[in-house]
Design a protein around this ligand. Structure first.
Ligand code: ADP
Ligand code: MG
Length: 237
């Protein structure tokens, strides 16, 4: 079966720096792919380039059978490929629920359906009790949940997560992971950048390792973390 997400030779330069140097990566429908690699190895750039937030300097991105290379971010999201940001930025003056209603969801007709979806998402992520609080009052961990909630408004096929549990307390981390696993069981595909190796080990079916803008290894967690160059690049051992 053709992969759901197929990235071929994606390249992104910042001046002389090649932040993504011909990155190729294929993710099957229903898979959870972990991406690991040292700081500055190009993981966030990869997400930003493949989702149209940065203009690429080469390569192609195919999603669900459609060539989406060069598409604008909102169109890519509407196609079913959504992403979260490493640095979250909710509308702070809006309430939690209003933040969800502010998401542009062309698939949902008018306010009634959108409101219903918002309520479902808030309940699913267990933030319905703070639906009327201003986003600025949320903890950093809760803001990560809000970011995920905004993505869920789009009902995406595939979600790219950039460090979804960084800076989140362990209890909330666990809850986020539970929800992600539940979504995966219902068919959502994930690509997740995360430094927490125990999370990657638990959640990811396979792992891709970045170093200096390139993919240096790929395979299952144990296989990949045994490789000498991965240990050298990332684990420092
Ligand atoms: P990671 O997410 O793996 O930590 P990044 O993708 O954020 O790495 O960064 C990869 C490299 O690209 C780093 O050297 C970083 O400084 C550089 N970089 C990232 N974004 C930009 C940008 N907008 N402008 C210039 N350089 C950038
Ligand atoms: Mg990053």
């Amino acid at each position: 079966m053709a992969p759901l997400l197929d990235v071929d030779g994606l390249t992104k330069r910042f001046g002389a720096l090649v932040a993504n140097d011909g990155v190729s990566l294929s993710v099957a429908d229903g898979e959870v792919r972990g991406i690991i690699g040292p700081n500055g190895s190009g993981k966030s750039t990869f997400f930003n380039t493949l989702t149209g937030f940065y203009r690429s300097d080469g390569g192609t991105v195919t999603f669900d059978g459609t060539d989406i290379s060069g598409w604008k971010p909102y169109r890519i999201a509407q196609q079913g490929l959504a992403r979260t940001f490493q640095i979250v930025s909710p509308f702070e003056d809006l309430t939690v629920r209003e933040n969800l209603l502010a998401v542009h969801t062309p698939g949902l007709r008018v306010t009634k359906e959108k409101g219903k979806r918002a309520d479902e998402v808030l309940e699913f992520l267990e933030i319905d009790h703070i639906a009327d609080n201003e986003a600025s009052e949320m903890s950093g961990g809760q803001q990560k949940l809000l970011e995920l909630a905004r993505v869920l408004m789009l009902d995406p096929k595939c979600i790219l997560l950039d460090e979804p549990t960084a800076g989140v307390n362990p209890a909330l981390q666990d809850r986020i992971l539970d929800r992600l696993e539940e979504m995966n069981e219902r068919g959502t595909t994930f690509v997740i950048v995360e430094h927490d190796m125990s999370l990657i080990q638990r959640f990811a079916d396979s792992v891709t390792v970045f170093d200096q803008g390139q993919v240096i290894a790929e395979g299952d967690f144990d296989e990949v973390t045994r490789e000498t160059r991965v240990r050298e690049a990332y684990l420092g051992t």
